[in-house]
Write a protein that binds this ligand. Structure first.
Ligand code: MSP
Length: 695
């Protein structure tokens, strides 16, 4: 049996849980459930980090002992995970005696092996971050670069772990295991960091300064540096607490350590070198996700008063809606923007509309036309085969994509199946067939095919929205019991459908808001010469690349169009680019082009590329200056942009764009001169032959 052991960071016990903590925990929970349904044995670990100066200070302030303080505070995390239906197998606390004994055992082992030595050390110490920083790490105000609080100059004897001795071994490991840190660019960050000589790691704090920690077994005047203690939790769960998979196999090594990008160095430099010195195998993958930002890019902080409280959302909109939003909205690795509007839009469009619609339609039609018993499919035509083929393909893709843990993409893959059922229903119009007695068999076929495809979609969505998926399945007289249910044809004709109610009621507050939004003005047709000024051309960055479910030549891209705006663009780049070449690439986006559906997926704009080879439809993407950021406007030289309006392809076709000397120019009318296209005063370029068209 295949095993999957996933961990979250252990959260600082002092912090109030916020959306950042919930995200990692929900991600771990969803990945665990996905692995479960695909037949893995799983183990999911989370917990709290309870030693260190901040805890000592908070306890002193409250006039309680640090132990009393943490015993009271860790509940906030444990309770929240319970309320959110998080299925962790163990909740570890670094103040558990087993963990403390294990940390001491490791320290003693390293001391005995000569991997730890003592020396006098002086340097800049940050109380906030509880570590020393080198001169060049400090910001211009002599503050640490993380908490931005002033540092103090400290001189003291301390104990050091010979981390530097493992630098080459770590580099070799990274080179031999290209997917050890995901995403790629985070791995490159660490390889870059390792180009500088690695220092040894100070792993002690004098008790005189900090007493709330695990005493060093070989010098009682010192306690263990909190990160050294905390990182060991991942192995201590296995070794000290003897946690195993169901069949008794030890859980270590972890399949995935899920972390935020801010704690990448501790996890991918300190941690593996500690493990190497302890002769313990390394974890298989470290996945660093981005940050949830608010108000279009601000960091959340207590002082700014902009912290999103997960409880508010769960209580108001339900657990599953909140889980769905977190997992779907953030492309693992990238930062994401949390806005209430984005939440409402996402839930209304994906869950209330797409999923809710298809389930309710099928349910209602079976109830009203077949006395609540699912009819059998008789003739399988082209449209039915298309749905069945897609359903099988989606299941396969989930199997193959899962190890990469690209959750938002997997969810999108499943939702493409849901949307295809809706399209199938639109085409077949079973509500019309129901009125025609001669179409009885066809109606039966349509309902069976749709019901089975909905059942599969709900099973596949179960890891993300467990409770609602179960309710939806029950409406169709189905349940999800094992990995065997993930095949076509499990739902049997004759099964009795249950009671029905909308799974995800539409969130009406947004409807009002959208209705209030001004409709785009219906403008008069544009004169050719006015087109360049009317085009909203912007730098955008590709965040996600997926195959179009219904068109072999198209990719479905998610691009960051600036200010946290994510757009979906369908683009025919398959003949010219591998998906990996497009990831993170900056492109030029035609942002005010009327959205249009390309084979069932709305494309919200268009991107530009120059013709390379007309016969093979190969092209080269238009490139923007290196320092351009998503959202930066591209302007035709000397032309001020006009009032924003929506343009049609017809408008764009009035002008022509082409390349010359590697740069992009516009011709707007026969006798106008070629106008250069620029971003921040620098040329927009395209690596194609002179005269090649840019579209
Ligand atoms: N205690 C350490 C981890 C030790 S693991 C051996 C710690 N704790 S933390 O509570 O500060 O942070 C835990 C996690 O929350 C980190 O992965 C961090 O990236 C994540 N987040 C904190 N704020 C966040 C957002 N705004 N968005 C997403 N995740 C963020 O670090």
């Amino acid at each position: 049996m295949k095993n999957f052991y996933v961990t979250t960071p252990i959260y600082y016990v002092n912090d109030a849980p916020h959306i950042g903590h919930s995200y990692t925990t929900v991600l771990a929970d969803i990945l665990t459930r996905f692995h479960k349904i695909l037949g893995y044995q799983t183990f999911f670990l989370t917990g709290t980090d309870e030693h260190g100066q901040k805890v000592q200070r908070a306890a002193a302030k409250r006039e309680v002992t640090p132990q009393e303080h943490v015993d009271e505070y860790y509940h906030r995390f444990e309770d929240l995970w319970k309320k959110m239906g998080i299925g962790n197998d163990f909740f570890i606390r670094t103040t558990f005696p087993e963990h403390k004994a294990y940390v001491q055992e490791c320290l003693q082992k390293l001391w005995d092996k000569g991997e730890i030595y003592s020396k006098e050390y002086e340097g800049w110490y940050s109380v906030g971050e509880e570590r020393f920083f080198s001169d060049d790490e400090l910001d211009e105000n002599k503050c640490d670069p993380i908490s931005h609080r002033p540092v103090e100059w400290l001189k003291e004897k301390n104990y050091f772990f010979k981390m530097s001795a493992y630098q080459q071994k770590l580099i070799d490991h990274l080179n031999e295991h290209p997917d050890w840190i995901v995403p790629d660019y985070r791995r490159n960050e660490i390889l870059g960091f390792l180009r500088q000589p690695l220092n040894d790691l100070c792993i002690s704090r004098p008790k005189a300064r900090l007493s709330w920690g695990i005493p060093l077994p070989f010098d009682p005047d010192y306690v263990t540096y909190v990160w050294f203690d905390a990182l060991l939790n991942y192995v201590s769960a296995s070794t000290a607490f003897k946690k195993t998979f169901a069949d008794g196999t030890p859980i270590w090594p972890a399949t995935y350590h899920l972390i935020g990008k801010d704690i990448l160095t501790t996890h991918s430099v300190y941690w593996p070198t500690m493990l190497m010195a302890l002769d313990i195998p390394l974890p298989q993958h470290i996945l660093a996700h981005g940050w949830w930002l608010v108000n279009g890019g601000e960091k959340m902080s207590k002082s700014a008063g902009n912290v999103v409280n997960p409880m508010d959302y769960m209580e108001k909109y339900g657990n599953d809606a909140f889980r769905y939003f977190l997992a779907r909205e953030m492309v693992v690795g990238q930062d994401a923007n949390f806005t209430h509007d984005a939440f409402v839009r996402r839930i209304n469009s994906d869950l209330a509309n797409d999923l809710g619609n298809v389930l309710n339609r099928v349910h209602r039609l079976v109830l009203t036309n077949f006395e609540g018993k699912l009819p059998a499919a008789s003739t399988i035509g082209e449209a039915e085969t298309e749905v069945i083929t897609l359903a099988k393909k989606v299941i396969e893709e989930i199997h193959t994509d899962l190890p990469q843990a690209r959750l938002s993409q997997s969810i999108e893959t499943i939702m493409s199946l849901v949307r295809s059922i809706n399209r199938y229903l639109e085409v077949k119009a079973p509500w019309k067939l129901a009125k025609d007695p001669a179409a009885h068999d066809e109606l039966a076929t349509v309902l069976y095919i749709s019901a089975e495809a909905v059942r599969l979609s709900l099973c596949l969505l179960w890891p993300v929205i467990p409770q609602k998926a179960e309710e939806g399945l029950a409406m169709m007289g189905a349940a999800f019991k094992s990995a065997d249910d993930l095949t076509w044809g499990v739902l049997k004709a004759g099964v009795a459908f249950g009671e029905g109610k909308p799974l995800f009621p539409r969130i009406e507050e947004e409807v009002k808001k959208q209705e209030q939004q001004p409709k785009p003005k219906q403008n008069k047709p544009l004169a050719t010469a006015d087109v360049p000024a009317a085009m909203d051309l912007r730098v955008a960055q590709i965040k996600e690349v997926a195959n179009h479910p219904n068109a072999d030549s198209l990719y479905v891209l998610k691009v960051d169009a600036g200010e946290g705006e994510l757009r979906t663009i369908c683009s025919g780049l398959k003949a010219s680019y591998e998906a990996a070449e497009l990831q993170d690439r900056k492109i030029l986006l035609f942002a005010n082009l009327k959205p249009s559906a390309l084979r069932g997926i709305m494309s919200q704009g268009m991107l530009f590329a120059g013709d390379l080879d007309a016969a093979t439809h190969k092209c080269r993407l238009v490139a923007v200056p290196e320092d351009a950021k998503p959202g930066d406007r591209a302007l035709f030289k000397g032309i001020a942009p006009s009032e924003p309006r929506e343009l049609k392809v017809k408008d764009f076709e009035k002008i022509s764009l082409s390349a010359k000397g590697g740069a992009v120019f516009c011709n707007a009318g026969e006798d106008s001169a070629a106008i250069a296209l620029e971003v921040n005063g620098k040329a927009v370029t395209c690596d194609v032959a002179d005269g090649a068209g840019v579209h």
